[in-house]
Ligand binder design. Structure first.
Ligand SMILES: Cc1ncc(C[n+]2csc(CCOP(=O)(O)OP(=O)(O)O)c2C)c(N)n1
Ligand code: SF4
Length: 443
């Protein structure tokens, strides 16, 4: 651990006022407490820890920890973690997933071990699909009763540890959620540079325990009966992929895309974090407008985030972009309640009813005239006036956004012009600067 990654004196990584939601006696509670103890032992900078959760009861875990988090599709947690680690090898990326996720995303696990990517996988192995009612999983023992194996499981269980070990994992451990020394092993795994996995056996008190007359003793006995080894099962010293990847580019003097530094050239009068949603149509340059808005904010000294949503099809359907501008670092990119919502097209409007309902009188909806009557919200409504400037489908988003920047006094319009000039090709920027000039006529 490097010195700069230490913030001494952290006594917990949990949110103290958020109790876990699991059933009484659920092993997930024990394992998460062990994880917390391990993090406290390591005293890692919370900004450099990322919990990647899979689906299932275990998938709820990340919201109880005050660190970065990513939650995605079932079985894919290892792939998300791989991507995060590849981009930033300095992060401690910890995957929390069930045996169900291991089965669904087994292929990803093999490849993560084979690549020796430096992530830590905690398998919350309760021998069952917990969240969906106790169906059998890849680790359910032969003969076990589950809601999908009423007369006993006919399949043989997967040995997760052997599987990742044979594929080259750097650290492999098997134990139980009851193990007192589990925090030390979790810490050991997190400190391992390469791929590390802990197969942690647990009780699902809602399903596996009642269906199999199961208990702590029976769980430990089952590990033995199956002939599964426990403790540290493998420790290999092999190059970690993310570091090797970055070094390879450095040795060949090729730049890996790095965040560009931006020179602050303007001042913003913005005092409070402002959440802006642009709801328009695909092909309407919504996304590039949002990029210009975010970059303009940065030129004016603000923090900015951008999040885009559009269908897989092109040039048809909706396109909704969310931009947050703030004086403070932005730790969560989602927008449940916008401060400013621009409704530009019917497709966009169809995507934002919840946000419109959430808004109150202190917030503003800017809307094209033909959709004004269809907006149901408590927020202040302001309609654009297109009598003196006539945007096309392609210029509407930018013209509206430039008008909003001025009207809401987000930052100087020159910062938006700078973003367009530096962030877009010369021809497109020239056209767009004319659109910005025309924006003064519409609000
Ligand atoms: C690809 C996919 N298949 C099935 C599901 C339905 N599903 C949601 S939770 C779950 C069971 C999760 O079991 P596990 O991963 O072991 O976690 P646990 O609930 O035991 O913590 C399933 C099958 C899904 N969300 N995605
Ligand atoms: S259903 Fe099982 S895994 Fe889910 S919270 Fe309850 S005991 Fe835990």
């Amino acid at each position: 651990m490097s010195e700069d990654s230490m913030i001494p004196g952290i006594s917990t990584y949990r949110f103290p006022d958020r109790p876990y939601p699991f059933c009484p006696g659920c092993g997930h509670t024990l394992t998460l407490e062990h994880l917390n103890t391990a993090l406290v032992k390591l005293q890692l900078d919370p900004h450099k820890v990322v919990l990647v959760t899979d689906i299932g009861c275990v998938g709820m875990s990340d919201q109880y920890f005050d660190v970065n988090a990513f939650h995605g599709l079932h079985g894919r947690a290892v792939t998300y973690a791989t991507g995060i680690k590849l981009v930033n090898p300095d992060l401690r990326v910890i995957v929390l997933m069930g045996d169900g996720g291991i089965g669904i995303g087994g292929h990803h696990l093999l490849n993560a071990a084979r690549r020796n990517i430096g992530i830590t996988v905690l398998v919350f192995n309760n021998l069952i699909f917990g969240m969906t009612g106790g169906q059998h999983s890849v680790t359910t023992p032969h003969g076990a009763t589950t809601s999908s194996t009423r007369f006993g499981n006919l399949e043989r269980p997967l040995d997760i540890c052997k599987t990742v070990a044979v594929n080259g994992a750097s650290f492999v451990y098997r134990g139980a959620a009851f193990d007192k020394d589990l925090p030390d092993h979790i810490a050991d795994a997190i400190e391992t540079p390469g791929f590390a996995l802990l197969d942690i056996w647990e009780l699902c008190t809602a399903h596996y325990v009642p269906n199999n007359d199961f208990s702590k003793g029976a769980l430990l006995q089952t590990i033995q009966n199956l002939g599964l080894a426990s403790g540290i099962l493998q420790r290999l010293d092999a190059p970690e992929l993310a570091r090797a990847y970055h070094e390879q580019f450095a040795n060949n003097q090729l730049p890996i895309t790095q965040p560009q530094s931006i020179e602050i050239k303007f001042d913003s009068a913005l005092t409070k974090t402002t959440r802006i949603v642009l709801a328009g149509a695909a092909g309407g340059k919504v996304k590039s407008t949002a990029s210009a808005l975010a970059l303009g904010g940065m030129y004016a000294g603000l923090w900015a985030t951008q999040r885009d949503d559009y269908p897989v099809t092109v040039m048809t359907g909706y396109s909704v972009s969310e931009v947050i501008l703030s004086r403070e670092e932005i730790l969560f990119m989602g927008i449940a309640k916008p401060d400013i919502l621009a409704v530009l097209t019917p497709e966009g409007l169809a995507q934002v009813p919840r946000q419109l309902r959430a808004m109150d009188e202190s917030q503003t909806v800017y809307v094209v005239p033909e959709l004004t009557e269809r907006i149901e919200t408590r927020a202040r409504k302001i309609a654009f006036d297109f009598s003196r400037a006539h945007p096309t489908k392609k210029s509407l988003a930018l013209m509206a956004t430039a008008a909003i920047v001025r009207h809401a006094n987000l930052f100087p319009l020159d910062a938006l012009r700078e973003a367009i000039s530096t962030g877009q090709s010369t021809d497109i920027a020239q056209e767009n600067l004319k659109v910005v000039a025309a924006s003064e006529f519409i609000l």
